[in-house]
Design a protein around this ligand. Structure first.
Ligand code: G6P
Length: 612
């Protein structure tokens, strides 16, 4: 969360910083600020509470701030309420040090007390102001250069950070440091960029350096120098980003979420084609050989949010196909419960960003126990991608809307292909079924296209939902996993209270909440469980519920029970999540629009949760 940017070069910095921040607004948007410096004149800082628009207005789109070197920040509040005072950049009292920060400093109170004893005063409630002043303190106390002052600070603070810092004595330079918070650095044509995420600099460069944990860098004069904690210079390789700038733009759609829903067929095809050759799965790019697959005794899938929901689907599919025990766990729980892992287990971390703090910590916990780890990750070069033993990339391209759609869909595809390959290699599935199920997966994009073509129909039911207080999603088996995702999509962007229940659990409490007109969305795509789920639909209907049924074409009988029916094309039931989720994404979208909300940037949320 929080987005940071920096630029130093020949061009005016402020417009570049503002544009970069606009690409990072998905990371946080309760306030924003920039600091810009012209030559060796004093740094100017401008901040605004609320969306970036306010900062654009205050700086006349950057024109009011002259200078070719600067840093900027868009905030998702952790320490201190969203306010102009707490917005970044922060500075030492004499403006000797100015900084922006993404992350959390855990021992901020102790450091604040220490600095107070040394005569520092504080104007904000943020941990960032404390780090900024700590750098200033070491810089002056030991009369050392920026790298040594930052290194001393890094040794003293606990927590996570990506920092971009300007020093009064070094015009034209930006210094950065990183631990457990993402940061990329770009260099092109004698100019340097730094940002929390690639889209912020895509329109300028695709050549980036990834700075590692506990490293620092000095950007200036068109060059970047990297240093380790000892202050020794380290060499880095440039990486070329293959996403194009257009992929991170709205491309004619009103919102990123709708654009990304439409991109699902392509994202799925790309991900599928990356490991399927001539109709067979080849996981050599992932590094999972047949011998490795045969030796695995258990699979533990660890993730957060929607990625966790794909893990729920994977559990059903992989256990069914490969007859291997699969556990799925929330990363925030897994990391703190001293999990029992066996040497032949495989821990799979699913993450779009590859930076989610809990998922990253879970990965490290598994690695510390010597367990093989596999990352299913979208962002190339992210921390999880770099630290996992094996990586299966989802080729969804940049996902900007906070509510995930195409990353979720591609994560499902990775799960299906892993399950099929495990089953085939371990001898629980014969060749004929293996090949025919791969062909089924190949048919998903086209079927999603059909659902999307028909999207306008959903607006009718979305209008009914827009006025509800509560929505319940029910389903069994994979339909339960789909319900979890459908419910999350609804609540996160429409702010309507929604819950997902395993349909069989309803009668153990939740059914008492059903009254006249309560909306229940019943996901009923699993043929073997259909009759059971239908009984649950009848139970809630007889208590007054208004039922929206989702099933596949052919199951028209659902109309006897459901008040409104949504049909998706037929597909092998194991893969139905890929189809049933699409109308649920669209429903969430239309309900949010109907309520006049900001679909792409729902309140209180951030796309990449890099703090606990
Ligand atoms: C946030 C996002 C969700 C995402 C979750 C996990 O909550 O809003 O869409 O599923 O983080 O993120 P990750 O990047 O690890 O997939």
């Amino acid at each position: 969360m929080c987005g940071i940017v920096g630029f130093t070069g020949r061009h005016e910095a402020a417009p570049i910083l503002l544009e970069g921040l606009s690409k990072l607004e998905y990371r946080g948007y309760d306030s924003a600020g920039i600091a810009v410096r012209k030559g060796d004149t004093p740094v100017r800082i401008v901040k605004a509470k609320g969306r970036l628009k306010g900062l654009y207005e205050k700086t006349d789109s950057g024109k009011a701030m002259e200078g070719t070197c600067g840093i900027g920040h868009t905030r998702w509040a952790t320490h201190g309420e969203p306010s102009e005072n707490n917005a970044h950049p922060h500075c030492s009292d004499d403006m000797n040090v100015v900084a922006v920060h993404n992350g959390i400093i855990e021992n901020y109170q102790e450091l604040r007390d220490k600095l107070s004893r040394k005569g520092y005063t504080f104007y904000s409630q943020t941990d960032t102001e404390i780090v900024t002043k700590l750098v200033d303190y070491y810089y002056k106390k030991y009369n050392i250069g920026p790298i040594d002052a930052i290194a001393k600070t890094m040794v003293r603070v606990r927590g996570s950070y990506a920092l971009a810092i300007m020093f009064k004595d070094y015009p034209g330079h930006i210094w950065v440091a990183r631990k457990d918070s993402p940061m990329v650095i770009g260099v092109t044509d004698g100019e340097c960029y730094v940002a929390s995420d690639v889209p912020a600099m895509l329109s300028y460069t695709r050549n980036v350096y990834y700075i590692d944990n506990l490293e620092m860098a000095d950007l200036g004069n068109g060059e970047v120098h990297f240093y380790n904690l000892d202050g020794d210079e380290v060499k880095k390789e440039l990486t070329e980003i293959t996403w194009d700038a257009e992929a991170a733009e709205k491309g004619g759609f009103e919102h990123f979420m709708m654009k990304e829903i439409h991109e699902q067929p392509k994202a799925i095809r790309d991900t599928f084609n990356s490991v399927v050759k001539d109709g067979r799965i080849d996981l050599s790019s992932v590094g999972l050989t047949d011998d490795i697959i045969k030796d695995i005794s258990q699979v533990i899938i660890v993730a957060c949010g929607s990625a966790y929901h794909t893990g729920m689907v994977d559990q059903y599919v992989m256990e069914e196909f490969a007859r291997i025990p699969v556990r799925v766990e929330l990363a925030s729980e897994f990391r703190y419960r001293n999990p029992i892992l066996n040497p032949n287990d495989l821990v799979v971390i699913v993450s779009q960003s590859g930076e989610t703090a809990d998922s990253l910590a879970a990965l490290r916990e598994a690695k510390a126990q010597g367990i093989r780890t596999l990352g299913i990750v979208n962002v190339v070069g992210s921390s999880i991608a770099r630290e996992a033993d094996n990586v299966f990339y989802t080729l969804a391209g940049p996902e900007i809307a906070v509510a995930t759609t195409k990353a979720y869909s591609t994560q499902l595809i990775c799960g299906y292909l892993l399950a099929l390959q495990f089953a085939y290699v371990r001898g629980t599935m014969d060749e004929e079924r293996y090949l025919s199920l791969i062909a089924e997966v190949a048919s998903i994009p086209e079927k999603i296209e059909k659902i999307i073509e028909d999207k306008e129909r959903l607006q009718f039911i979305a209008a009914r939902l827009a006025n509800s207080q509560d929505v319940f999603f029910i389903g069994r088996g994979i339909d339960y996993a789909i319900s979890m995702e459908g419910s999350l999509k609804m609540k996160e962007i429409s702010y309507i209270h929604s819950e997902a229940y395993a349909a069989g659990e309803l009668k153990h409490g939740t059914i008492s909440l059903i009254e006249d007109g309560t909306i229940v969305i019943s996901v009923a795509t699993q043929d073997d469980l259909y009759e059971k789920t239908k009984s649950n639909m009848v139970e809630v209907k007889s208590r007054g519920a208004f039922i929206v049924g989702i099933t596949h074409y052919g199951n028209f009988e659902i109309e006897n029970t459901a008040n409104y029916s949504i049909y998706v094309p037929k597909l092998d039931t194991h893969f139905m999540a890929s189809l049933a989720v699409v109308p649920l994404q669209l429903l969430g979208y239309y309900v949010s629009i109907g309520r006049g909300l900001d679909v792409d940037k729902p309140r209180n949320l951030a796309k990449s949760v890099t703090v606990e």
